[in-house]
Design a protein around this ligand. Structure first.
Ligand SMILES: [Zn+2]
Length: 318
């Protein structure tokens, strides 16, 4: 089972070891909210925790009946929500109903609720009482990339557990087990997050990288920006382009501090350290606007012209 080899990488992570010791010390709470910036990792992490809780050997061993049932996606005591893109009141009703039914095979009845921050307020409210006084042996494993949209009343009824990224070797092994080849640069830029690394691997990453590198090298006047902007703004590549831009700016920072060399970047000396720090803020802001559904052409124009301005401003300063 390929999936299993991948999951075993997560068992090596510092976050898993930490959480696993809580279980082993019998200090398990009935509701957790796992947080990291990576949706995929959040989900895999909850799956591994669920496996440990239902495994006959309490490990996970990937080999006992319970582990096997779970890995084939039909363990009756582990239920995953939401059924659609986000948790709705109907999902909450179904959770409340199912929580009343005793576990059939394992010691626990486990509810994995993904992307809890995307749940409607009504769905969250409906779960409050169950989260507070959950039936015996029921464990809630919620996860989220952003706790801002989660009701304070929910947060106070769960234990928040922040996840650390995996080692790059683990990410590499995880995808190798699924026959997915991850490029070095995607691995480095993915920073140990499973989903981010995969996103950077898929599609036209190489093309985007060459394009953004060219932009950074040639970004000397507004005419260049007018030419590059429409391609940069293409919606399907926009986030990848932003991430690459951020990564290249980091490279330039290291080059200028004398900590790194990169012959591909020819414009490093044009970016002063102070300028780069302002550019990081601009890129962060652009990501936020993208999440808020602002038009990518508008974001790109503002971002690129502003970078040019910042670069110029710090170059004429003595
Ligand atoms: Zn097992």
């Amino acid at each position: 089972m390929k999936f299993m080899n991948g999951l075993s990488e997560i068992l090596k992570s510092s976050s898993y070891k930490k959480f696993s010791s809580i279980i082993d010390a019998n200090k398990l709470n009935h509701a957790y909210l796992f947080c990291s910036p990576d949706e995929e990792y959040n989900n895999y992490f909850c799956k591994v925790v669920a496996l440990k809780l239902i495994c006959e050997k309490f490990e996970p061993c990937f080999n006992c009946d319970d582990c096997k049932k779970f890995l084939s996606n039909f363990h009756p005591d582990v239920l995953e929500y939401p059924k659609g893109p986000s948790l709705l009141v109907s999902d909450s009703s179904s959770i409340i109903e199912n929580a009343e039914i005793k576990p059939m095979l394992a010691n626990y009845k486990i509810f994995i609720i993904n992307n809890f921050d995307k749940s409607t307020q009504q769905a969250q409210n409906k779960l409050l009482k169950t989260l507070e006084e959950s039936p015996n042996n029921v464990i809630f494993l919620l996860n989220s990339t952003n706790t801002d949209n989660i009701l304070q009343t929910i947060k106070s009824r769960t234990q928040i557990f922040k996840l650390e990224p995996l080692s790059m070797q683990s990410v590499l092994n995880f995808y190798k087990s699924q026959n997915i080849v991850v490029s070095d640069i995607a691995l480095e830029m993915g920073e140990g997050w499973l989903g981010k690394t995969l996103n950077l691997t898929s599609g036209n990453f190489k093309e985007c990288y060459d394009f953004v590198l060219k932009l950074v090298n040639e970004m000397k006047n507004s005419k260049v920006i007018i030419n590059f902007a429409p391609i940069f703004a293409k919606k399907e590549n926009f986030l990848i382009n932003l991430t690459i831009l951020q990564e290249l700016m980091e490279e330039i920072l290291y080059i200028n501090l004398g900590l790194k060399e990169n012959e591909q970047i020819k414009s490093a000396e044009e970016f002063k350290v102070e300028a780069i720090s302002e550019i990081f803020d601009l890129i962060d802001n652009a990501k936020k606007q993208f999440k808020a559904n602002v038009n990518t052409n508008l974001i790109t124009d503002f971002l690129l012209f502003k970078i040019l301005e910042v670069k110029y401003k710090w170059n004429i300063k003595k």
